[in-house]
Design a binder for this molecule. Structure first.
Ligand SMILES: *Cc1c(COP(=O)(O)O)cnc(C)c1O
Length: 212
């Protein structure tokens, strides 16, 4: 499972074999590191393979005890590791309220967008770290993206493949999942859409303020 935008936000007890994460999203450390969490069941599969694993770097079995054995198949990115260590300390210090912070802000983002008349994607099963919004028919991603960036200094993400030009994404994870940061994003989005001639049923940033 690719959980680049989930780890540090909401991954636990999900019966996943291998979870991949990145340092730069929910954990809000410097970009540069990726890591994986491997379930015990999956380790047994890997270690008991009859056919030897051909690769060296891609052989997970080699990495299982690398730290204790001080086996360093590549140069350690020390500064990134220090940053990650600090980021994880921050996560642990925040404790369970971290989950509440993400779920409260995410819920408020979704409700404010819907109150303004926008439609979310998908229709259910939302993530608490990122919200995808269907681009109103009257406009397109490029126009929203350009106004958000050039007039408001905020970078929003589009999508790939079948969702390209159909949805845009608002990240609200880690250090970005704070009331003030999300508020200015929604206010910018509100005025961007208005300037593109989209009729909104409510001011999304004001709706957001009422909920958080
Ligand atoms: C950000 C993200 C990626 C890309 O991560 P990079 O470190 O930029 O390559 C992949 N998958 C998901 C789900 C992401 O959120």
């Amino acid at each position: 499972m690719d959980s680049a935008s989930g780890i540090g936000g909401e991954v636990d007890n999900w019966n996943i074999d291998i979870v991949l994460g990145g340092s730069q999203k929910c954990l809000s450390a410097t970009p540069g590191l990726s890591f994986m969490s491997i379930s015990e069941k999956t380790w047994q599969k890997i270690l008991k393979r009859k056919q030897p694993i051909a690769g060296f770097y891609v052989n997970l079995a080699l990495w299982k005890n690398w730290y204790n054995e001080k086996l360093f198949p590549y140069t350690q990115p020390i500064s990134d590791l220090y940053a990650l260590d600090t980021a994880i300390d921050n996560v642990l210090a925040e404790g369970d309220s971290r989950y509440e912070r993400h779920s409260k802000i995410a819920e408020a983002v979704r409700q404010s967008l819907v109150s303004a008349g926008l439609q979310l994607y998908p229709l259910e099963g939302y993530s608490n770290t990122v919200t995808s919004v269907i681009i109103p028919e009257e406009t397109n991603f490029n126009d929203i993206f350009k106004i958000m960036l050039n007039e408001h200094g905020i970078l929003i993400a589009g999508a790939f493949d079948i969702l390209k030009d159909k949805v845009f994404r608002i990240g609200h994870m880690g250090e970005n999942c704070e009331v003030d940061k999300v508020f200015i994003t929604l206010r910018a989005l509100n005025y961007t859409l208005l300037s593109l001639g989209i009729e909104l049923k409510a001011k999304m940033h004001e709706e957001f303020s009422k909920l958080v």
